[in-house]
Design a protein around this ligand. Sequence first.
Ligand SMILES: [Fe+2]
Length: 279
Amino acid sequence: MPLEIRPLSDHLGAEARGVDLSKPVDAATKARLNKAFSEHSVLCIRDQMLTAPQMLDAVRLFGEVFRQHNTRFALPECPQIHYLSNQDKYEDGKRYIPGAGYHTDHSNDAEPPKATVLLAIQLPDTGGDTQYVNMHKAYEDLPAETKKRIDGLTGVHVYQSKFSERKLMGLPPEAQKHVPKAVEHPIVRTHPETGRKALYLNPIRIEAIVGMPEGEALSLLDDLLAHAVQEKYQYRHRWQKGDLVLWDNRCLLHKANGDYDHSQTRYLYRVMLKGDKPV
Ligand SMILES: [Fe+2]
């Protein structure tokens, strides 16, 4: 079956069929997949029944593997891959639902990952979709005076913002050594491949805006987020087993929905790809 790529919505996402990433991929196929990722920001490659090492080989078609921060989720047999599972519990026994609430991955890194890749291993019967927000479009639609106000502003990103509504799992001591205390990134960043501007927000990690009083910063960030997450900027991905989905963290927010039967397992492999310092 030849490689076929088609859009998943009118502004975000494409799916690819007819490629088996457990086998070597030729240069033309690699180029088409990379182009689809670059153009659509979310690329779902269907029917990939891959082992952990095969997944690593597959994602290397798109870049270099990034070291993820929280080593407690590393697969023992393949630690560059982490897992997402709804079967983990907080210390107080409450169920941990990974990925709830809009965010962009690992923005508390000086060079955050350009992309995140998930492989669906086990899924609930219904629900557990991942929602994406197109932050290029959200930025471009802002009123001129808002653009003027926010261009040049810098956000302070930490592992977990004291204002975050979502509680993350703590970092094990050995992981803390590799994770920066705080980093600064522009609130409006320019995509290094396309030159398009995008809002770069993260309600889980941004704790302050440099030089702005706290109340003003929080209200600005809330307003920008409320604007960005409108339905018209969203694409909602309904997972199928074997979906290998990669998305562009430089111009998207994403969140996982906890709207499913939690006695059913939702389990995915996760890899991230190295990115540049946002500018
Ligand atoms: Fe995430």
